[in-house]
Design a protein around this ligand. Structure first.
Ligand code: G3I
Length: 366
């Protein structure tokens, strides 16, 4: 009896050892950068067991795709709803993950009350400062010591380097950005603070963000990293443009995070001739409803690997690469910029299976 039990325990131990030695994205990238994904409400509620398996096996960093945006956290002034955000943070803690808070100040997904007074007019600068401080200190304070870093301001700069003419800008001018970073730091002095944006490979935007980093630092404000969202397709941007921004932000004295990485496999409406009739346009713009042709799939995997080779080459400067979703099935790209398309932008397919680039990346990064 004793022998059988001993043999069983040895077998169990070897399985456990084998499990811990299984090569996964997070195991092979552990000494390079955090590899993360974005959790939607189903993932957070534990209602997608297959996704749960992919998330916990391959990723060591998570960000909430939606539930921590201000319209969900504070839908009415002073009325905070933390249930889903609490569950999200608990998920990260239970699985010993790097948790990112997304996002504190963003012109989109903002509750209507935030910028308007009872008469529906823009609030005064003083009221807006107070509302920003209250939101940020309540939210960041709640997760003090539990959330590693925050997307403090999201998408405030345009491609030409000008400031987005958001209401934050109209009411407070450029000052709203340093104020947001100041409030976040006061609420959790140990939290990392990030500026996050998309299309960061446009020279004008790249230079403006470098200036912004310099101004924040000159004021003695904390900024740890710039988040390059990385919503790309197979044509744009060039890897050279992407790398030029990694270098520029690194030279500005901050780390780089690829915060919302995905690569559309579909034609971009911005590069397409405006076809006359809707039907041919829809067929042209949504060509792969029954799966990717082999040649397109191969091209997609090759391009994705080129991006990861770029990230690996800059592993000293890149601290996190986060995919904006778990599988192709729930990617926002199925509905943007054209609703109701079938896109293939992420590392795991609609059957929760890893694409070829995942094993290639594991073999390369080992
Ligand atoms: O949950 C409601 C559902 O109850 C309702 O029936 C449905 C009706 O449209 O809307 C659902 O909410 C949607 C939500 O995603 C959850 O699916 C919102 O309409 C929709 O606007 C929201 O889109 C999100 C978008 O940000 C706007 O917040 C995307 O999922 C999310 O991937 C996207 O992520 C942003 C980053 O936060 C910032 N960078 C750009 C990135 C892509 O836009």
């Amino acid at each position: 009896m004793r022998t059988a039990l001993f043999s069983f325990l040895v077998l169990l131990g070897s399985c456990a050892t084998h499990e811990s030695h299984e090569a996964t994205l997070k195991s092979v990238l552990a000494d390079k950068f955090h590899i993360g994904t974005a959790l939607n409400s189903w993932h957070i509620a534990g209602r997608d067991s297959m996704a749960h398996e992919v998330i916990t096996r391959h990723f060591d960093a998570i960000v909430a795709e939606n539930c921590m945006k201000s319209m969900y956290l504070q839908p009415r002034e002073g009325e905070f709803r933390f249930r889903e955000a609490d569950a999200f943070v608990r998920f990260g803690e239970e699985h010993h993950m790097h948790v990112t808070g997304h996002c504190l100040i963003w012109h989109s997904q903002l509750p209507h009350w935030f910028l308007t007074d009872d008469e529906g007019n823009d609030v005064s600068p003083e009221v807006l400062r107070q509302r920003m401080k209250s939101h940020i200190s309540t939210v960041v304070g709640r997760y003090k010591g539990r959330i590693k870093g925050w997307d403090v301001v999201n998408e405030a700069i345009m491609e030409d380097g000008s400031y987005r003419r958001s209401k934050f800008y109209e009411i407070l001018g450029e000052e709203f950005i340093p104020l947001a970073f100041q409030y976040a730091h006061e609420a959790d002095p140990d939290a990392e603070l990030y500026y996050n944006d998309y299309n960061m490979y446009f020279p004008g935007k790249r230079e403006a963000v470098c200036r912004l980093v310099g101004e924040l630092k000159a004021r003695g404000l904390r900024i740890d990293a710039v988040g390059m969202q990385g919503h790309v397709d197979m044509r744009h941007p060039s890897l050279e443009e992407f790398e030029a921004s990694i270098n520029a932000f690194t030279d500005a004295g901050v780390k780089v995070m690829i915060t919302e990485f995905d690569m559309s496999a579909l034609p971009s409406p911005w590069q397409s001739a405006n076809l006359s009739d809707t039907l041919s346009y829809e067929q042209r713009m949504n060509p792969y409803t029954d799966g990717l042709p082999e040649a397109v799939d191969a091209e997609w995997n090759e391009r994705m690997m080129q991006y990861f080779q770029l990230f690996l080459a800059h592993a000293d400067d890149i601290t996190r690469v986060t995919l904006w979703g778990v599988t192709d099935a729930t990617s926002w790209k199925n509905d943007f910029p054209v609703r109701g398309r079938t896109d293939y932008p992420l590392l795991f397919d609609r059957h929760y299976q890893p694409k070829a680039v995942v094993q290639q990346l594991i073999n390369t990064a080992r």
